[in-house]
Structure formats: structure tokens, C-alpha cells
Design a binder for this molecule. Structure first.
Ligand SMILES: NC(=O)N[C@@H](CC(=O)O)C(=O)O
Ligand SMILES: [Zn+2]
Ligand SMILES: [Zn+2]
Length: 429
């Protein structure tokens, strides 16, 4: 079976090159990039679209094991495919926690059976995410965990954290950090500022993030381990990473589409649907996150796709859980808010969604050249569409972005040469 993706703008983000040509796929591989004529059994017209290496999202929550009502590996993987994402890295805050090799193996086995995209997993730093007892990191790495994180919280005990950083350095794997000091977050549900005042919430101060960013940078510096900082949201946090990079610390930073595009004002209209951790911040913070993406301080765009049930999200600002979905809107948000505004080149945007996140997590690098595995995303940068949550593949059919108009969408997705999503026909199986 030969498939040609014809006449698209083929993007090699690292070479900063884009060429209008064809990509020929045979079985699981790319066999030619160039004018291939009429040799294929199946021809997909990509005129006016970017043809990019398959997108890699290193921050998702698929909730399996434990919370299938929120998401499963099967449903999460379909949502990824519909968002143009061909590889994901799952967070360990499932039930049970991914804190033993058996759970790593369960996730990877289930993914192999049910996941239509490539699913990798993290493991936790502490048992049960309780912050008290370190996991057996070498055994978890051996089972296939790509990094260690207690995402959802920060490890507050510096003795445990120091040990984890030392193990990470020995294992050659990064520590991945959710940066929020619990003691400063307290009962806050949203950013501390004008909006929290208006709504009578105590608010989560920027300092909660900055403190842990600064601390974890020091741990990385002290131990030589690599550190990846998740969902950076504050101007202060971005600046700390910028300074750390300048003095050679091995740190990378991540921005989510929601934190580079919307502010805490969204809570005024969307309520708990817009409640997320870390919270949506101010315009000055959004601008700082964008500046961080522009100057390379922030290396990665990742969604932090965090599905919860509708009922849970209806419990009001205080009681609803933190988090909302992002896989199916990530490309649209990135093109609408970064590429079409001229803030980020298409090369930089694609790089931060493909090779750079793959490098950080030690995954195979998605590439578009003959011989490469055919993980490919086709993006129509000019397709205008409205976010319709009823059409989501994720189990969480709600989002604070519902009804928003976006420009740019993944329209075809290939994993290992298999055509798994088309904008016209949906998920293909
Ligand atoms: N982002 C969130 O608001 N929630 C995440 C946890 C996390 O990423 O911190 C979740 O698991 O629901
Ligand atoms: Zn987190
Ligand atoms: Zn997360």
C-alpha cells in the first residue's frame, strides 16, 4: 500500500525549510519526499496545508487506571489523533498511581492494545504522590517510564527531592516539575488578583510558582540532573528560567496553549470550567509566556490535557477539580494566537510541538525524510472553525474555549504509516 500526501508545504522545522512537494508513504515508512507523480494507491491532497512531523505532546492525563469516566487510554488517544498529535506522555496521577513497575507495564500494555497514537508514560517521584516516600526510580525507568514527576503537586520535602534529582542524574532521565508551593496555594482556586478579589476567592499567588521554579533550578544546578518545568505561567517564573539557562543550568520549560493565550478574565464567564492548575493569570503573564516562547526560554508547547466529568466541573469554583482538556484545540490555539499574530514563526511553533519535546523525553525524533517512520500531521493553517465540544473525541465534552473561533486545524494524522484521522471523515479505524 502506497499513500501520497500531495502538494503540501513540507516543513522541516530544524532546517527552517519549507518546500511545496509530495510525501510518499509505503507501509510504516516515508519512502520519498519530492515530486512522486502518480505511483500511489491513495492520494491525499494537501494543497495549502503544512505537512509536518507528527506532533508530540509531553503533558497529558489519560486517567487509566482508575478514572475511566474522565478518560481512557483509548479515548485520550483518539482525541490526540483528532488534534494531530501522534505521540503523548501520560502523567502518573492515576489510581493506582504510576509508582510501581507493574503500573508502568499496565499503561504501556493497554496503550499498545487500545491506543491509536504512541503513548508513553511518566512515573511518580513519591509513592501514591504523597510526598513522603521516594519510588524505586531505577526499576520504574527499566519498566519504561520516560521521566519522573508528581504532577498535580510539587514534592515539598527537599530531602526526598534531592534524592530524586540524584537518581535522575544517574539514570540520565529528567525530573519533570509541577511548580506550586502547597502552603502558598492553600484554598485558592484561581489566580490571586482583581478577578479573585471580585469573586471572593483567596487566590493563588504567582509566588507559589516562582518559589518552586527557583528551588528546582537550584536542585538541577546542584545535582547536574536535567529539569523540565511544566506549565510555566508567571512572568517571574519565565525570568528565573531565562537566567538559569544563561548560566548553563540544564533546564527546559513548557507553555500550555491556555496560558499563552487567555487570562483569568475567562473565569468571569466560564466559572469552574476555566479552573486549572496553575491558574490562568494576567495579560502581563501571558505576554511574558509568549516572550519566553519567542526567545527560547520556553522550549515546548504541551497541552496538559486534564479531563474531568461535567458533574465534577459543575460543583462551583471552590469544589470543582482543577483542569480542562486541550488535545483537540492545541493546533488551533497555537496558530491563532502565535503563528497568525506573527509572534512565532511556523518553524518555531512546529519545533516546540515535535522535535524539542521528543528530545527532552528521549523519544524517537519525528522527522520527514526517506526512511523515517511515517508519523505525520497535516495542518490547514487557514481553516476557520468553531470549538464544538459535542464533536470532541475526549470523554470530557466541555471546555472553557467552547464556541471560540480558531484559525488553523490538524486535518490529517498518520501514525506509523496508518492514516488514523481525517478532518472530513473523523477517526479512521
Ligand atoms: N492541570 C490541572 O489543572 N490538573 C491536572 C493536574 C496538573 O497538571 O497539575 C489534573 O490531573 O487534573
Ligand atoms: Zn501540573
Ligand atoms: Zn498535568
Amino acid at each position: 500500500m502506497k499513500t501520497v500526501i500531495a502538494n503540501g508545504w513540507v516543513v522541516e522545522p530544524e532546517a527552517q525549510s519549507v518546500v511545496q512537494t509530495d510525501v510518499l508513504i509505503e507501509d510504516d515508512r516515508i519512502v520519498a519526499v519530492g515530486d512522486v507523480g502518480a505511483v500511489a494507491d491513495c492520494r491525499i491532497d494537501a494543497t495549502g496545508c503544512y505537512v509536518t512531523p507528527g506532533l508530540v505532546d509531553i503533558h497529558v492525563h489519560f486517567r487509566d487506571p482508575g478514572f475511566p469516566e474522565k478518560e481512557t487510554i483509548a479515548s485520550g488517544a483518539r482525541a490526540a489523533a483528532a488534534g494531530g498529535i501522534t505521540s503523548v506522555v501520560c502523567m502518573p496521577n492515576t489510581y493506582p498511581t504510576v509508582d510501581e513497575p507493574g503500573v508502568v507495564e499496565y499503561v504501556l500494555r493497554t496503550a499498545a492494545e487500545q491506543g491509536i497514537v504512541r503513548v508513553h508514560t511518566t512515573a511518580s517521584i513519591t509513592k501514591g504522590l504523597k510526598g513522603k516516600e521516594i519510588t524505586e526510580m531505577p526499576a520504574l525507568a527499566k519498566a519504561g517510564a520516560v521521566t519522573f514527576t508528581d504532577d498535580g503537586k510539587s514534592v515539598m520535602d527537599p530531602v526526598i527531592l534531592l534524592e530524586a534529582f540524584k537518581w535522575a542524574a544517574r539514570l540520565g532521565l529528567p525530573i519533570t516539575s509541577h511548580c506550586e508551593d502547597h502552603n502558598l496555594v492553600r484554598a485558592g482556586a484561581i489566580n490571586r488578583g482583581e478577578v479573585s478579589k471580585a469573586l471572593g476567592d483567596v487566590g493563588i499567588p504567582s509566588l507559589a510558582e516562582e518559589l518552586v521554579v527557583a528551588r528546582d533550578i537550584l536542585f538541577a544546578e546542584h545535582t547536574g540532573a536535567r529539569l523540565h518545568l511544566q506549565h510555566v505561567t508567571t512572568a517571574g517564573g519565565v525570568q528565573l528560567i531565562r537566567e538559569a539557562k544563561a548560566r548553563g543550568v540544564r533546564v527546559t520549560g513548557e507553555a500550555t496553549p491556555h496560558h499563552f493565550s487567555v487570562t483569568d478574565q475567562l473565569v468571569l464567564t466560564q466559572g469552574a470550567l476555566a479552573k486549572v492548575n496553575p491558574p490562568l493569570r494576567t495579560q502581563a503573564d501571558v505576554d511574558a509566556v509568549v516572550a519566553g516562547l519567542q526567545d527560547g526560554t520556553l522550549d515546548v508547547i504541551a497541552t496538559d490535557h486534564a479531563p474531568h466529568t461535567w458533574d465534577e466541573k459543575q460543583r462551583g469554583l471552590q469544589q470543582a477539580p482543577f483542569g480542562f482538556v486541550g488535545l483537540e484545540t492545541s493546533v488551533g490555539m497555537t496558530f491563532t494566537h502565535l503563528v497568525h499574530t506573527g509572534k512565532l514563526s511556523v518553524f518555531d511553533a512546529i519545533k516546540k510541538m515535535t522535535v524539542v519535546p521528543a528530545q527532552i523525553m528521549g523519544l524517537p525524533l519525528p522527522r520527514l525524510h526517506p526512511g523515517a517512520v511515517a508519523d505525520i500531521t497535516v495542518i490547514n493553517p487557514n481553516l476557520e472553525w468553531e470549538v464544538d465540544t459535542a464533536r470532541f473525541y475526549t470523554r470530557a465534552k466541555h471546555s472553557p474555549l467552547a464556541g471560540t473561533r480558531l484559525r488553523g486545524k490538524a486535518v490529517q494524522t498518520f501514525v506509523g504509516g496508518r492514516w488514523i484521522y481525517s478532518h472530513e471523515r473523523g477517526i479512521l479505524e
